[in-house]
Design a protein around this ligand. Sequence first.
Ligand code: ME8
Length: 518
Amino acid sequence: MAEPFYITTAISYPNGRPHIGHAYEAIAADVIARFQRAKGRDVRFQTGTDEHGLKMARKAEEQGKTARELADEMSGYFKAMCDALDVSYDRFIRTVEPDHHHASQAIWQAMEASGDLYLDRYEGWYSVRDEAYYDESELTDGADGEKLSPQGTPVEWTREESWFFRLSNYQDKLLALLDDDAFLRPESRRNEMKAFVSGGLRDLSISRTSFDWGVPVPGSDGHVMYVWVDALTNYLTGLGYPRMDGDMAKYWPADLHLIGKDIVRFHSVYWPAFLMSAGLPLPKQVFGHGFLLNRGEKESKSVGNVTDPVLLAETFGVDALRYFLMREVAFGQDGSYSPEAIVTRANAELANSFGNLAQRSLSMIYKNLDGKLNAGYARHADDIALADEVAGRIAAMKNRFETLAFSDGLEEWMRAVFACNAYVDEQAPWALKKSDPARMEAVLMTLLRCTRDLAIAVRPVVPAGSDRMLDQIGVPKDARDYAALSDENWFAALAQSGFVLGKPEGIFPRLDLPESEA
Ligand code: ME8
């Protein structure tokens, strides 16, 4: 039986429409999910929206809507974004769903049963934008003397009756957990969190009484859960918790929570503490990716540089956008994007290198060999050397992807593409048509085989383009996983099946900058 792999993204606040950061995270998670599926893992992939809390309640009030109306409207945009970007989630969860309320109340009761909850008064700072409590010592002074959170957001003094979670009880266990370098990556975030936990942990306020847009606290009228308690629980809801059989037994603990760097504290400190308290196993890894900036600047409504990721995909193509994001940014670090950078990268690597390789190789087979394949061609040392180089680079790419070093992995893949293009130039098959047709055939068969391998390898990143290319080559839909790369017989089987290559269509078009950007 295939080994399970459970991956989640953060669930987004639907207090506005999705931005490029949301697209970036969804795409990266999708690349990981598709990569693991290609390797034969039984993948479960969850994403969704985080719809409760004061931030949602206030935004709705500003717009004269109920929070539920705002959530219904905006959540739809997030789901549509995932669909538009070929994000292959198994469940798009919304925290307003009844099974999620049920799961959140169950984990609450489990924490209560272990004696970790108590009722008291909260008095301290709260950032609505971050939905986070901060200690006085963490705050800085803003330009006009107002207090700011470490994320630079305004904080307000809050005073109300609240349930508390005994986070202070978990300091030693959390430090031990954070000593494990596999649990939280990249390293820089782990060091930050170790410093935070070593500094001492205060008990955490986990319910609110001043508003009601949240999951009701069981048996405590007037209290709704602090939004992060229910938000984090989404990872369990999707597996059927509190039932411990079925998907919960199969997929929990999660293999990877993929999140952005600003919410690492919630995932690597609060979440494991809640889980320990509830007696549940801990996720195997939390990865805090970097932020994506627009020409080096944070996107914001006041600067007027907010880009709709769906529009970006419509302008440049979904595959080009996906490829760019995974290739351009060293995963874990911050990165920057601009229309010029997307066009430059997609043209250089997808259109001029990979697309061109496929187009010229397949066109020659179509024109010079009437699209016919021959598995019985005589192999030359150069052909074997190329196949070996491609296989070696693809193996290196897979190793890089395994550690989420996507950009380095795609660099390996690109080098394999370059090797193929160099081989075409050296072998000059067009010149062999008259002088040595058998040799021309061998070169073209070698190229077709390498193109197929390259398309399979990069399929997690550019699924639509790879599939169209594999359709052209006649590769069956069920033979596109990584196991197919080591199938020695696929080419002989394809040639014997009588498959004839049709006139190839360009797959990765050259992009132009839209007029507004040029
Ligand atoms: O934090 N670049 O929701 P959110 C890259 N609801 N990633 C970015 C980004 C950027 N510019 N801006 C945000 C929340 N992100 C909570 C999560 S999980 C139980 C609850 C990332 O809509 C951010 O780091 O503010 C987070 O991982 C995700 O987008 C959703 O952010």
